[in-house]
Design a protein around this ligand. Structure first.
Ligand code: HEC
Length: 97
């Protein structure tokens, strides 16, 4: 029983760490165009990027845009793992928090 409790605690800690991965990834891969606050960098705005904090897309739709790209946005399939794309979609959906 004790071992089960330890295993669950470890899994919970891992889940939290995974969910938080979105922020550094965003800063690395997305902020160039979308800005640190998601409202769009000068470069991104010129390409037609919209305010990410105001997106109406669902989490799976956001994941799809990240994977396949849209308009002038780069596709990240092959550059990010599925888990990373998922964390980013969660992070964006949560209003970059
Ligand atoms: C090279 C610049 C660039 C980079 C890098 C970039 N984007 Fe984008 N993104 C855009 C542009 C431009 C659009 C608008 C596309 C369109 O609809 O024409 C967009 C659109 C989006 C949308 C759709 C928003 C909506 O409401 O329709 C999401 C979500 C998004 N980007 C997330 C991300 C994430 C997450 C990353 C990092 C993995 C990222 N983008 C990296 C330029 C970029």
């Amino acid at each position: 029983m004790k071992r089960l409790a330890v295993t669950l605690a470890v899994l919970a800690a891992l889940a939290v760490a995974r969910a938080e991965d979105g922020a550094p990834l965003y800063a690395q891969k997305c902020a160039v165009c979308h800005g640190k606050d998601g409202k769009g960098s000068p470069v991104g705005l010129k390409m037609g990027a919209k305010d990410l904090t105001a997106t109406k897309l669902s989490e799976p739709e956001i994941a799809k845009v990240i994977e396949s790209g849209r308009g002038k946005m780069t596709a990240f399939k092959g550059k990010l793992t599925d888990a990373q794309i998922e964390s980013l979609a969660k992070y964006v959906k949560a209003g970059l928090k």
